[in-house]
Design a protein around this ligand. Structure first.
Ligand SMILES: C[S@@+](CC[C@H](N)C(=O)[O-])C[C@H]1O[C@@H](n2cnc3c(N)ncnc32)[C@H](O)[C@@H]1O
Length: 274
């Protein structure tokens, strides 16, 4: 499937080094929110070039799978995997289609599902709901967590606010759900131009609840010690004051499974009287 991300492979691959906020705020805060993955099975939706799928595997995940609809991203991630042999699996699929959560070896197979900057690319409430449904279907019947970095519904529309972090975010001021917006990011020599959609906190929560996540918390990112030491407090002040992204930690309860055990035959004494 053609995707606006097909030409963004190199930019994403180098973005952790080129954009200090990605490493010292985003990855630091996101991986803290995900917590210990040792021995756990993790699916990363919208894995892009595989940055987080690889990190989660290196952090001890028993199984790490990345899913992305961009053929170029998946092919790149698979080529890296062939070289590095970390044991990360990649699947090309549209994660906004809940059927992606029913694929063999995906359905009911994971303890944790992650998604970094993927939900903002839902162009309709049905797609937002679809991402969440895929996450729930991929988690175990017994439950699990969906941890997602999403666009802050209250991000600053001052065009210069994130300029010092290599980004320009713009969008109409509109109360409409799914209002289009645009991100321009400077990643070393690459310039990324991406179209996204703005969803309110209530729209995210509604989509998550409909998909079966009954406890949803929002986490504000913080900056690592190393990031503070290397760039200084003043550098981070704007970003931390109004971050462009927030983290959602959504917990799914066990699914009710119909009891398929054969029922014991009724004894003669229990036969209802006519
Ligand atoms: C902003 S990039 C983030 C990539 C990666 N998560 C990271 O943090 O480096 C968004 C990714 O989500 C993928 N994506 C967007 N919509 C998708 C969909 N419906 N199904 C699967 N992947 C999708 C894009 O192809 C792209 O690789």
């Amino acid at each position: 499937m053609d995707s606006q991300f097909d030409t963004a492979v190199a930019a994403y691959e180098s973005s952790m080094e080129e954009m200090p906020f990605r490493e010292h705020v985003e990855a630091y805060s996101f991986l803290n929110a995900v917590g210990d993955v040792i021995g756990r099975d993790v699916l990363d939706l919208g894995c892009g070039s595989g940055l987080y799928a690889r990190r989660l595997r290196r952090a001890g995940a028993a199984r790490a799978v990345g899913m992305d609809e961009s053929a170029a991203m998946v092919e790149h991630a698979q080529r890296r995997e062939a070289r590095e042999g970390l044991g990360v699996e990649y699947v090309a699929a549209d994660a906004a289609d809940p059927a992606a959560g029913d694929l063999p070896d995906i359905a009911g197979s994971f303890d944790v599902v992650t998604a970094v900057y993927v939900l903002p690319y839902a162009s309709s409430q049905a797609e937002l709901q679809g991402f969440c449904a895929t996450a729930r279907r991929a988690l175990r019947v017994a439950g699990g967590r969906f941890v997602a970095a999403v666009l802050n519904p209250e991000f600053s529309t001052d065009p210069q606010w994130y300029r010092g972090y290599g980004m320009l975010l713009s969008s109409q001021e509109s109360p409409e759900e799914g209002t289009p917006g645009h991100l321009r990011a400077w990643v070393g020599p690459e310039v990324l131009d991406l179209d996204f959609f703005r969803w309110s906190a209530a729209a995210h929560e509604e989509a998550l609840k409909t998909a079966g996540f009954d406890r949803v918390s929002w986490i504000r990112p913080t900056v690592s010690e190393e990031g503070r030491a290397r760039y200084g407090e003043a550098f981070w002040a704007n970003y931390l004051n109004c971050p462009h992204a927030l983290i959602i930690d959504a917990q799914a309860s066990p699914k009710a499974v119909p009891d398929s055990r054969p029922r014991p035959a009724r004894s003669a004494d229990e036969t209802p009287q006519q």
